[in-house]
Write a protein that binds this ligand. Structure first.
Ligand code: FAD
Length: 600
């Protein structure tokens, strides 16, 4: 049975973009004349890069890993360099960045799609350009003016790379415990940094001649906690106004981590100011470190969701092709007949169940994540501040779901994909075990999923007096009404009841918080994230089925459309009840886990 490389789910990607979100109509306002055909051509090239350039390096990166020479230098697998130049020269690092920053200026929703393609094909490799783009977007807003154009263009062009450095040994989830120090120098805006950062993705490598680190640190008189954090741009090599490299700065890798997965991505310990001064420029003003970081937070978290989606979709594609080829046993109604032909395992009911569990969650996730990209485009094009804020609020509320629920379900999907391959799934020769190992980190970095759940319950539900949550319930009502108009009343009713169930859980949590029972409320936060996540994806499935039903009624015969109706039926029958169960768990309000006698 063949092992398969990455094959992009391109038809489904275009379905979301054009059939569901109608992105073509927003293109009309563009001055460059880009239309649906032009965009499809561009995305076809992105697909080629994913399938032909990135997919082949994914396993090599995993097997070879990265090398550390003990003297501060990290080497990536040889094949990574060609992949880097393809991504850099193709303009893919800054695909949605504005042209004045050296980007291509395409809508954010387009970058959601290319992110899925590239991270789906080679997720560990893509950590390097992915974090480079994140750093570039932050620097575009906050770098000192005399450096801004230079560094942002270098990063978006892929000439230099970037990192984001928050974590320290004593400061993981608790970012406020950061201890790295930054002391002002005689030169305005320039500081010397000291301390140690750990787990820094892309902390060193050989893909670019320079690396720009964005680092959280504390100035001498700063208050404790997050309020006292500032943020700095720290280059590997100093540079002049023309971008010519100068002296080596004293930011140096002292170690790399040996990990369960994501092996092609260097995860580094960085020493700041070891053996000489570590020069950094202040971004924004002193004490603004966390608020500047917050600007990037939603985008980076949704980015982890898209990364999770890409890997889960790749694993699913592998599982599907394997189950179509592998023959075992007879069909269930011919079990007693030894002469019966051996069936492809895709025909066994339990295997079909596992495949559909993956497919309907993956496709609903794609719908959710591309939509968040589309909403960001709509926010940027909004006619006034109020309209803009409505889109941003909608994104804000769903961000913990897009990171937390999506990365959890994506990991579960990779495990199901492995199960579809039986013993071969456990074997290195087949790619799925790598996907399982790679996908585990998505629930951990960029704020663990426990922290996402607390963010949803403790902040997002209460934001603007609950207006974000009410907005979500209102949109859910519109989705259900549109579905009823296409004959999907039974499914719409079931999902609307589940939306009400999420509302009841939110009320219950609000009640606990009101009584001062905060530990109790937070005990249920992850259960709430799961409940709301299941319902959010159900709504996406409902919306996709509505679009499909409308197209079928208009004579469109694409098989993908019938698949959307089956996805919805399966989701409502097999996954939606998990939200009901979560609601019962939550409102049942068991507090045994908080008993002081436990773990004493
Ligand atoms: C491969 C990899 C790449 C990474 N890349 C980067 C990077 O590029 N830049 C960077 O800055 N960092 C990076 N990290 C660090 C990552 O963001 C942290 O590991 C993560 O934030 C969790 O911190 P921690 O490991 O200290 O775990 P801890 O904070 O110790 O958490 C351990 C457990 O306790 C829970 N927990 C902690 N505090 C609370 C609380 N208050 N309430 C409830 N539960 C809590 C957590 O949810 C978790 O389950 C990377 C890590 C890895 C493994």
């Amino acid at each position: 049975v063949s092992t398969t490389a990455y094959t992009a789910p391109f038809d489904d990607m275009l379905f979301v973009l054009f059939d569901q979100l109608g992105v073509q109509s927003t293109l009309a306002a563009r001055p460059d004349g880009l239309d649906r055909d032009g965009l499809t051509g561009l995305l076809t090239e992105a697909r080629r890069v994913a399938e032909e350039v990135l997919s082949p390096i994914n396993r090599v990166g995993d097997a070879e890993g990265v090398q550390f020479d003990g003297a501060g230098n990290v080497t990536t697998p040889a094949t990574f360099k060609e992949a880097w130049s393809t991504i850099a020269q193709g303009g893919w690092v800054g695909v949605s960045a504005p042209p004045e920053h050296g980007g291509v200026g395409l809508p954010h929703v387009v970058s959601s799609l290319t992110t899925e393609l590239f991270f789906g094909a080679a997720t560990a490799f893509m950590m390097y350009p992915g974090l480079t783009a994140t750093a570039a977007r932050m620097l575009a807003n906050f770098a000192p003016e005399h450096l801004r154009d230079l560094v942002v263009q270098k990063l978006f062009a892929g000439e230099w790379a970037g990192t984001m450095c928050l974590t320290e040994a004593g400061a993981g989830s608790d970012v406020g415990s950061n201890r790295a120090r930054a002391t002002p120098t005689a030169e305005p805006g320039v500081y010397h940094l000291e301390g140690e950062k750990i787990f820094i993705s892309g902390g060193d490598h050989d893909l670019t001649p320079n690396i720009l680190h964005v680092i959280l640190a504390r100035t001498p008189s700063a208050p404790s906690g997050t309020r006292g954090l500032s943020i700095f741009l720290v280059p590997k090599f100093d540079f002049d106004a023309a971008g010519q490299l100068g002296a080596r700065n004293h930011v140096r890798v002292s170690n790399i981590e040996h990990k369960m997965g994501l092996n092609g991505s260097a995860t580094c310990t960085l020493l700041l100011g070891d053996g000489g001064p570590c020069k950094g420029w202040l971004l924004g003003r002193e004490g603004e470190g966390m608020s500047i970081m917050f600007h990037m937070m939603n985008e980076a978290r949704v980015g982890v969701g898209i990364q999770s989606l890409g890997v889960a979709a790749n694993a699913f594609d592998n599982a599907l092709s394997y189950t179509r080829e592998r023959r075992q046993g007879a069909a269930i109604d011919k079990l007693r007949d030894p002469e019966a032909p051996r069936a492809a395992i895709v025909d066994h009911p339990d295997v079909r169940r596992m495949l559909l569990l993956q497919r309907c969650q993956i496709e609903a996730t794609r719908s959710l994540l591309y939509k968040l990209g589309h909403w960001l485009d709509l926010a940027e094009q909004a006619p006034d501040d109020a309209a803009r804020q409505t889109w941003l609020d909608a994104i804000d509320l769903l961000t913990p779901i897009a990171k937390g629920h999506v990365s959890d379900t994506a990991f579960e999907c990779t495990v199901l994909a492995l199960q579809c391959l039986g013993g071969y799934g456990f074997i290195r020769e087949y790619p799925v075990e790598q996907h399982v190992r790679d996908a585990k980190i998505f629930s951990i970095y960029e704020g663990t999923n426990g922290i996402q759940a607390m963010d949803l319950v403790g902040r997002k539900l209460r934001q603007r007096g609950g207006a974000l949550f009410m907005g979500w319930m209102e949109r859910a009502g519109h989705t259900a009404a549109a579905a009823r108009a296409q004959g999907l009343g039974a499914e719409a009713d079931a999902i609307e009841r589940a939306v009400q169930g999420v509302g009841a859980s939110a009320m219950h949590l609000g009640g606990l918080a009101g009584q001062g029972a905060l530990p109790r409320a937070m005990l249920h936060a992850s259960t709430f994230l799961r409940q709301m996540g299941v319902v959010v994806l159900a709504l996406e499935s409902l919306e996709q089925a509505t679009v499909a039903a409308r197209a079928i009624a208009a004579g469109d015969a694409r098989p993908l459309l019938a698949g959307k109706l089956l996805n919805l039926r399966f989701y409502v029958g097999n996954l939606l009840p998990l939200a009901t169960a979560a609601g019962k768990i939550l409102t049942g309000d068991d507090g045994a886990a908080l008993d002081e006698a436990l773990f004493a």
